[in-house]
Design a binder for this molecule. Sequence first.
Ligand code: IPE
Ligand code: IPE
Ligand code: MG
Ligand code: MG
Ligand code: MG
Length: 330
Amino acid sequence: MKTVAEYIQLVNKEMEDRFCVSVPEPRQLYEPIQYILSNGGKRIRAVMVLLSSNVFSDDISDAIAPALGVEMFHNFTLLHDDIMDKASIRRGLPTVHLKWDENTAILSGDAMMILANKLICQTNSKNLKQILDTFNQTALEVCEGQQLDMNLEKRDLLTDTISEVEYLEMIRLKTSVLLGASLKIGALCGDAAIEQADTLYQYGINIGLAFQIQDDFLDTFGDEAEFGKRIGGDIIEGKKTYLLIKALESASTNDTATIKDTINNRSIDEGEKIGVIKSLYLKYKVDEQAHDAISHYFSEAQRTLASLDAPEERKANIAQLEQLLRKRSK
Ligand code: IPE
Ligand code: IPE
Ligand code: MG
Ligand code: MG
Ligand code: MG
């Protein structure tokens, strides 16, 4: 059995060999794909496919191409997400739509979605139909989540309240389902029973909720060099993050007005805007509330993993990945 670090290396090597060594024609289409893929990322979705497959089978060869497929899909969503979020930095480098242009990011992203589908199909698993059904349903749900994210972004804080329930549904769709599907697809590649595959899916949903709340936290309180994205980007974009929702639940009438006015203010200096909101987040300890929520969903995940009908030693790598995610700063 390989370690989690060895699985990450395996994914990096496969990505490198298949998509980064040479750039086919037309270069304008494939160069941005090589750019985003060769610049790493944590590779957690691909690793989840492999670890999950390895719970049920010593031979993970049927899971390798599907693992690269979900990772390709994830990277595609980042190209389009960065246009939608007007993001300037990803993994410490300029985003594709700024390094090239928006049309390039759209079309290279589209090509990546198709490459993702091709990779998912490159398995000899007898469960290919279920694997494809899971992948396609999930891909559609990620689009639904991204639409809910934009709908929430547009909702005016002065006339509307956004509930934690709405937020959780949005992040379940935009982030959690892909982690759940990665684990489920891996389980299916390893010939798990459907109940086992579904338990791992549920585990991934809980990990994903914790993961996205962490992402919201790091977007305001992380270190830019480490996180690789612009700190405060969510505040500038008026994203309805866990932090913002909790701050509006806890703040005094005066501070609530300040938060709403500051988020809505488009003429204020960006650094000042981030500073004002961040200090109110700290005043109302929403950083601590986010940590509590993150711990809660990781604990839920642990309980789900404990209920998985498989030998403890075979689940150890999945539990180890979870420990790495708990401590993440990028
Ligand atoms: C970023 O995902 C998008 C979110 C769902 C928050 P990751 O944090 O997994 O990004 P990389 O692939 O490691 O860069
Ligand atoms: C990401 O949400 C969800 C998807 C990419 C589908 P975010 O917009 O928070 O992700 P980052 O912070 O840009 O990576
Ligand atoms: Mg987004
Ligand atoms: Mg984004
Ligand atoms: Mg984010």
